[in-house]
Design a protein around this ligand. Structure first.
Ligand code: PMP
Length: 282
């Protein structure tokens, strides 16, 4: 596979990363994952706009415009022949000997990206997944898509050890989001999800789903809810670039609603499938 590193497209085996990269030492960087359907980037503008915003929030300047980043991603799709898959891109603050404060004089950020072939996770999209509640021990700037993912890594591992697909994070008695997904509950026909604040990543898929709710006349309340309220929802689902709209059928081993993907979740899945390229919509 061909990767991108600092202006060059290179085979994975021929590229090198410095041990002094601040991404390696501190997780000092930001990233994005952009889905590819039918050889086309999906919601690319939104993803690269969020990448720029994440960089600005950590006082980094990406040495490419959003359009140039899109062009890099498109080139990776092309040279790697990606039909269905995703692009991963990250930007670190650059290479400098290990001190916490920013390098002075400033060094150039390191931009790397690569492409992955993968199919849509149809099995879990159709059947749903089990989840567990896990304490949200992450920092207070979850709105930044930062490379610092230890809180998410530990939560996801806990879920996997419990034979579950995702951890539902709980901070101060409220459900924030998943370790790598946004969480939604449905009660009496109303879709509830945590408001976009510093406590969650405002997912691009989350935004698509909120738009689809509006277009389909499904009422939404961006309002935090407690774990007990989550357990009492009629339906529950999670969203992300790779998970799309995945039903959550159990939390901590307890069935949500009737324990199968619910009708409004299915309606949203159908609406989601309709707005991605037809030949992969399934
Ligand atoms: N929340 C967190 C913590 C995530 O890591 C992700 C995926 N990166 C999401 C939500 C979903 O975001 P998106 O829909 O943009 O993939």
């Amino acid at each position: 596979m061909i990767h991108f590193i600092d202006g060059q497209f290179l085979a994975k085996d021929s590229l090198t990363i410095s041990i002094d990269d601040r991404g390696y030492y501190f997780g000092d960087g930001v990233y994005e994952v952009v889905k590819v359907y039918d050889g086309e980037l999906y919601t690319a503008e939104e993803h690269f706009e969020r990448l720029s915003q994440s960089a600005t929030k950590v006082k980094m300047t990406i040495p490419y415009s959003e359009q140039q980043l899109i062009d890099i991603a498109k080139e990776l799709v092309k040279v790697n022949g990606i039909v269905t898959g995703h692009i991963y891109m990250q930007v670190t603050r650059g290479v400098s000997s290990r001190v916490h404060q920013f390098p002075n004089p400033e060094v150039a950020p390191v931009v790397t990206a690569y492409a992955v072939h993968n199919q849509r996770p149809m099995k879990t999209i159709e059947n749903g997944v089990g989840t567990i509640f896990v304490d949200d021990i992450r920092w207070l700037r979850c709105d930044i898509k930062s490379l610092n993912l230890l809180g998410s890594v530990l939560a996801k591992q806990e879920a996997f050890e419990a034979n579950c697909a995702e951890a539902i994070l709980v901070r101060d008695g409220i459900v924030t989001e998943g370790s790598s997904t946004n969480m939604f509950g449905i009660k009496d026909g109303i879709v509830y999800t945590h408001p976009a604040s510093n406590l969650i990543l405002n997912g691009i898929t989350r935004r698509v789903v909120l738009r689809l709710c509006e277009e389909n006349g499904i009422p939404v309340e961006e309002k935090a809810f407690a774990p007990e309220e989550a357990l009492a929802m009629d339906e529950f689902f999670m969203t992300s670039t790779t998970a799309e709209v995945t039903p959550v059928i159990t939390i901590d081993g307890k069935a949500i609603g009737s324990g199968v993907p619910g009708p409004l979740t299915k309606k949203l899945q159908e609406a989601f499938a309709r707005q991605i390229p037809v030949s992969v919509a399934g």
